[in-house]
Design a protein around this ligand. Structure first.
Ligand SMILES: [Zn+2]
Length: 349
């Protein structure tokens, strides 16, 4: 059951402010302490925007993963910085990002960096939290091992994606345990690659990978997954249908499943009825790919549509995906409209 009926939440990422984008492209000009200060300032910006929207759950907006070294892959030993992308010109999309060659045994003795990110978020919100009667839940997002394996190039030691996934699985498991030990009470394990490729794989194999990944933290925090169809440069990469995943994915051991609905004009919305019988369901109700700004009335109508399929205490609402590929001005307005629209329905319940 949801901690609050019709809860409002987010998927991890939030747009970088312009100055952060500039800084991330010119990191060599900054010292170590400058970068630490930039990271703190960026998280404060993302937190302030989310607090202003009035959300029930907030994240650090993934503001601090500024380059390869500061992202997950920079924490993994046994890989090299990405190879040249297969395509350099033309419309921006995922095939303009190179993959990382694997050169040795995959290890992450320092973890994946998410624990440090979460501790930074705790530190930067502690003062406001202490002063407030109620404060949003702080959520951490960690990519699952299958999604994480998607940017690595197989080699002789790890001949395919399944082998890479198995090698990354204990690394993600350890990060989840460390997050809970650090006081994190809500974690999303992002597995959009599973939703993108379920139509051509055996979905029960994905369930097995997911459940072994989260096993140490089941029952120790609120656990969810995010299943979208891709949003790098605001482009999808998967067959945008949930049918191939269900009912198999209902066997994920977690509290909540997030599905992308707004950009798909709520096609397959009835799937949330199936999910709600066994799990909570977070419905993507904001289209992160469109610059049409949803009004609170649009949102209220969409919430009511969801209530025809699932009860309020099983439902939460979020954007379709992280907002990192949406301009910040639009992201702010979309989140504010989402919270206002959900509130309209909450009042009428
Ligand atoms: Zn997504």
């Amino acid at each position: 059951m949801q901690p609050r009926p019709l809860r409002t939440t987010v998927i991890g990422s939030y747009p970088f402010p312009s100055w952060l984008e500039f800084a991330s492209q010119n990191l060599g000009q900054f010292g170590r302490d400058d970068i630490a200060e930039i990271q703190d300032d960026a998280v404060v910006c993302a937190v302030n925007d989310q607090l202003a929207a009035g959300l029930d759950v907030i994240t650090d907006g993934e503001q601090t993963r500024l380059d390869f070294n500061l992202s997950f892959y920079g924490y993994i030993e046994g890989i090299e910085l990405e190879a040249a992308p297969p395509r350099r010109f033309g419309p921006p999309a995922h095939d303009q990002r190179g993959k990382h060659p694997v050169t040795g045994e995959l290890r992450a003795p320092r973890g994946l960096g998410v624990v440090e990110e979460f501790k930074r978020l705790q530190r930067l919100t502690a003062h406001a939290k202490a002063a407030a009667a109620s404060f949003p839940t702080l959520k951490a997002s960690v990519p699952g091992p299958y999604t994480l394996s998607g940017r690595l190039l197989p080699n002789a030691q790890y001949p395919d994606r399944a082998a890479l996934t198995e090698a990354l699985l204990p690394i993600v498991r350890a990060e989840l345990s460390a997050l809970v030990a650090a006081g994190c009470t809500e974690i999303t394990v992002d597995e959009p690659s599973m939703s993108c490729y379920a139509h051509r794989e055996d979905p029960s194999k994905f369930v097995d990978v997911f459940n072994r990944t989260v096993e140490p933290v089941v029952g120790k925090c609120r656990l969810s997954t995010h299943l979208c169809f891709g949003n790098y440069k605001a482009r999808a990469v998967g067959l945008r249908r949930y049918a191939p995943m269900f009912p198999a994915f209902l066997d994920f051991t977690l509290d909540e499943i997030h599905v992308e609905m707004a950009s798909r004009e709520f096609s397959e919305l009835s799937i949330i009825a199936q999910i709600a019988k066994r799990r909570d369901v977070a419905v993507g109700i904001i289209d992160v790919k469109s610059y049409y700004i949803e009004t609170p009335e649009d949102i209220a109508a969409r919430v009511r549509q969801c209530l025809e399929h699932a009860p309020a205490d099983r439902l939460s609402f979020a954007p379709d995906c992280g907002l990192s590929q949406t301009a910040r001005w639009a992201a702010k307005r979309k989140l504010a409209a989402m919270v206002a629209g959900v509130e309209l329905v909450r009042k009428s319940l």
